[in-house]
Design a protein around this ligand. Structure first.
Ligand SMILES: N[C@H](CCC[C@H](N)C(=O)O)C(=O)O
Length: 276
């Protein structure tokens, strides 16, 4: 099996193209290959598959073997892969995902290689029961949630996958490992959740650190950055276009008022290729 190791702001993936469909053992493969000691090491295993509705289809399996509906950093890596490897020669392409259907993707190319990708991440889902959470509200804003005697307040946003956005005084130094795993599996989230800890710095700049569902602490989360921007607009903290600054780098996120779509712009990189 040939693979390409890629990342979006340090959120890293094993990318596999050429399969006609998701292999039966994709979940076990993801657990084995994403292991950073006994395998290749990555946050997820990504398959580029044929699509009847788009140029390509992406399916992403977290390092714990669970399939996610959507992955912002991975979709930028897929876009780079297909252009750099000559599978497509257009700079406006479409990629289908489980959670957001057919997505428009715009490539920026320098010296024949993709250096930046702008992705239409679709419309945010704000109805609490559809995120899903157990809270019947639309939207779920500043919902109290208690874990181990500490009460947080979260705003719920789905980008196809569930996110709980929590505002804290110092996201950069927040103890992610202490609280992330407990919130991820809280019963308020029937399909678990990604958790974003956010500090708003200005109307167009936020710091965010993420504990990902099925992957743990990652250096960046594209859908999490989209959820952070949407939540920050809903709470009146930022304008509709802002930088979400992650441990691995910055993403530019826009929640377009006219079409209600969220647009994410950021880099994608290839690190190495290999054969298993
Ligand atoms: N762990 C996430 C999937 C990957 C999302 C993240 N890596 C991104 O860039 O959006 C989930 O289970 O919903």
């Amino acid at each position: 099996m040939n693979f390409t190791k890629m990342h979006g702001l340090g959120n890293d993936f094993i990318v596999v193209a050429g399969e006609a469909a998701l292999p039966e053992n994709a979940s076990e493969l993801a657990i084995e290959l994403c292991n950073r000691f006994f395998g290749i090491g990555a946050d997820g295993l990504v398959y580029i598959l044929p699509s009847e509705r788009a140029d390509f289809r992406m399916r992403i399996i977290n390092s714990d073997g669970s399939e996610a509906e959507q992955c912002g950093n991975a979709i930028r890596c897929v876009a780079k892969y297909v252009y750099d490897n000559g599978l497509i020669d257009r700079q406006a392409i479409t990629i289908e995902t489980l959670g957001a259907g057919v997505q428009q993707v715009q490539l920026t190319v320098e010296n024949g290689k993709v250096v930046k990708v702008r992705v239409d991440m679709g419309e945010p889902i704000l109805e609490g029961l559809k995120v899903p959470t157990t809270i019947d509200a639309n939207p779920v804003l500043n919902q109290a949630i208690e874990v181990d005697g500490r009460t947080f307040q979260f705003t719920a946003v789905s980008m196809g996958n569930p996110h709980a956005v929590i505002y804290v005084d110092d996201a950069v130094n927040f103890d992610l490992n202490a609280w992330g795993p407990k919130l991820e599996v809280h019963p308020m989230f029937p399909r678990k959740t990604n958790v974003e800890f956010v500090t708003v710095r200005s109307r167009d700049y936020t710091d965010m650190r993420v504990w990902e569902r099925g992957a743990g602490p990652t250096l960046a989360c594209g859908t999490g950055a989209c959820a952070t921007l949407v939540s920050s607009v809903l709470n009146g903290f930022t304008d509709r276009t802002a930088v979400v600054s992650l441990k691995g780098g910055d993403l530019l996120i826009e929640w377009n008022e006219a079409d209600n779509h969220v647009y994410m712009t950021g880099p994608a990189a290839e690190v190495f290729r290999g054969t298993l």
